[in-house]
Every structure is written in C-alpha cells, then in structure tokens.
Write a protein that binds this ligand. Structure first.
Ligand code: ADP
Length: 310
C-alpha cells in the first residue's frame, strides 16, 4: 500500500548540455506524494528542460529519474501510465468540442476518469459542447490540464501553467491545482512567478543558470534571509550603498535603476535611522514603502539579480 510520506519522484544529478552550453547542471531532489513542488526561476534557468527530462521527453546526458517508482530510462511506458503532462506548447484540435477531445484522449488509455466530472473539476461545464477554438486562454489551459488527467495519473506536470493568463484565470487555475492536491495528486510545476510559487507550492526548488540554488518550503526560504522586512524607496540621485548598510537593522542593500531596497531585521529602527540620515543630508525620497520579504527577495539575495530581469 502507498502511504502519505511516500516518495513519488526521485531525481539525481540530471545534466543536459546543448553543445558546449549546459542548460541543466546536475539537478537532484525528491518529491513526496501529495506535494505541489515548484521549479522557480527566471527565463532560461533550465526549468522546462528539467521537467522534460523528468517525463522522458528529453534524454539526460547523465543522471537518473525515478517517477512513481519507475525508472524513466528503463520503464518509460510505465512512467507514462502514472503521469499527466501539460506543456507550454500543448496543441489542441481546434474544431473538436471540449467533450469530444476529452473522449478522444480517454480512448488512448485503458483506465479513465469520468469525463463530466473532469469537465466540472476544470470549471468547463458550460463549455462542454463548445469547440476548442472558441475557448479563452484560461479555458484552453484548463482543457490542457483536463487532457493530462483523463487517465487518472498519480503525478501531474505543469509547465508555466499560468503564463499569459489574466489575474482571474490565474486564480481559477490555482484553485484547480489546490483541489487536485486535496484529491491526493502530486504536482510538479514550473513558474517564473514568485507569487504563484508562494501561494501554491509546498516546496520550491529555485533554479538559476542550470543550477539548483535553494530548496525549501516558501516560509523556510524566506526565513533563510536574515531580514524579514524590506524598505523600498526611490531616489534619482546616487546614494552610497555602504552608507545605507550602516543604518540600524539593515542586512543588505539592493538597487535597481532608481529603486533602493533595504533588507532589515528591525523595521522600526531602520525607518527611524533612514529618515534621520536622509533629512540630515536633505535627500528627498519618493514612494517610501515597507513590506515583508518575499521569494523575489530570496532570489535577489542569492544571485544579486531580480527574477523579473530577462
Ligand atoms: P526555462 O524553462 O527555465 O525558461 P529552459 O529549460 O527552457 O529554461 O532553457 C534553458 C536554457 O537552455 C536556455 O538558455 C535555452 O535557450 C536553452 N535551450 C533550451 N532548449 C534548447 C535546445 N533545444 N537547443 C539549444 N538550447 C536550448
């Protein structure tokens, strides 16, 4: 019998090179049953390549992947029975209806879920008889997930599931992923949205330039920063980072264009000394604001760059 703490995925030292360029540089981690596991990183970090190696779509140069207890190098057909995949490039038959395309996909497998229930779970009931080409971006994305689920897989792989969707459609999709977790599914998703990773994921592997640079729960990653808060402001002139680092509580200073960020473990002291410092120097700050630290800050702290930079 399978139990709650069972390891569903175990990958070790995955490497993928394209010529002399290393897209994935020795990645390893494991994922437990029922987890939503996120691969977070900027564009080009190697997230999709890692995911594609995990589902057998790209052959790793070295390393191993055991998915649902089966080795992708030896038992790919078995792996395919227990996984569902939604890729960024999923192409759908535009002229079929939602119901027709799901029935078609279901006919490829011996084991099936009930199609009307699946349609309902994906918030597509009203679109059951609509042709695929009439669906919105969010609806198409949910249909792509439905197609990945027709054979009731244990593990779902989602590659950038909400890229290009409006905020409402993103939230609907997040709800669906969370409901699948309640049903016991294990999900691996890639994303470059830190809010998505923070809301959805039980654990997050942060990737950068083909490397895994951190792996923990969202709160564990944020706790790893010595600072729990950030003070942000804009100033058009040049402030010396060293001087800002001397302010009370400040652990690190970030700067992007004319925005400065002070990472602090003592918000009140930092604010007081910042105001003193800037009024003594007659520096006029704009857009002064405070916030709690985020995964974006974790990424900046580890790489010196923003997730948003491309
Ligand atoms: P991410 O999903 O994090 O955006 P990818 O895994 O798609 O990153 O890509 C990682 C790096 O590998 C990128 O620099 C990309 O240009 C490169 N890459 C991906 N696929 C190929 C390919 N088929 N040939 C050459 N380079 C590739």
């Amino acid at each position: 019998m399978r139990n709650q703490t069972e390891t569903m995925i175990e990958i070790k030292n995955l490497v993928k090179k394209y010529g002399s360029f290393t897209a994935v540089n020795g990645i390893g981690f494991s994922v437990n049953k029922g987890e939503i596991f996120g691969l977070l990183g900027p564009n080009g970090a190697g997230k999709s390549t890692t995911l594609e190696m995990m589902v057998g779509l790209r052959k790793p140069d070295t390393g191993s992947a055991i998915i649902g207890g089966f080795d992708i190098a030896k038992d790919l057909l078995k792996v395919k029975e227990v996984i569902g995949i939604q890729l960024q490039s999923t192409t759908l038959f535009e002229l079929l209806t939602v119901e027709e395309i799901l029935k078609l996909y279901a006919s490829f497998y011996q084991k099936n879920v009930l199609i009307p229930e699946l349609i309902e779970d994906m918030v597509l009931t009203e679109k059951t008889k609509s042709r695929v080409k009439t669906l919105s971006g969010g609806q198409k994305q949910r249909l792509a997930i439905a197609l990945a689920l027709v054979h009731d897989p244990w593990i779902l792989f989602l590659d950038e599931p909400t890229t290009g969707l409006d905020p409402q459609a993103r939230r609907t999709l997040w709800d669906i992923v969370l409901k699948l977790k309640e049903k016991g599914k294990t999900t691996v998703l890639t994303t470059h949205y830190m809010d998505e990773a923070q809301v959805l994921c039980d654990r997050i592997a942060i990737m950068d330039q083909g490397n895994l640079i951190a792996l923990d729960t969202p709160s564990g990653l944020i706790k790893s920063l010595e600072s729990d808060s950030a003070v942000e402001f804009q100033y058009e002139g040049n402030l010396l980072t060293q001087e800002l680092e001397q302010l009370d509580g400040v652990k690190q200073v970030g700067k992007h264009k004319d925005t400065y960020v002070l990472y602090t473990d003592n918000l009140q002291e930092t604010l007081i000394t910042l105001i003193q410092f800037t009024s003594e120097k007659q520096i006029q700050l704009t857009n002064l604001q405070t916030r709690t630290s985020t995964l974006e800050d974790v990424f900046i702290h580890m790489t010196g760059r923003s997730l948003r930079e491309e």
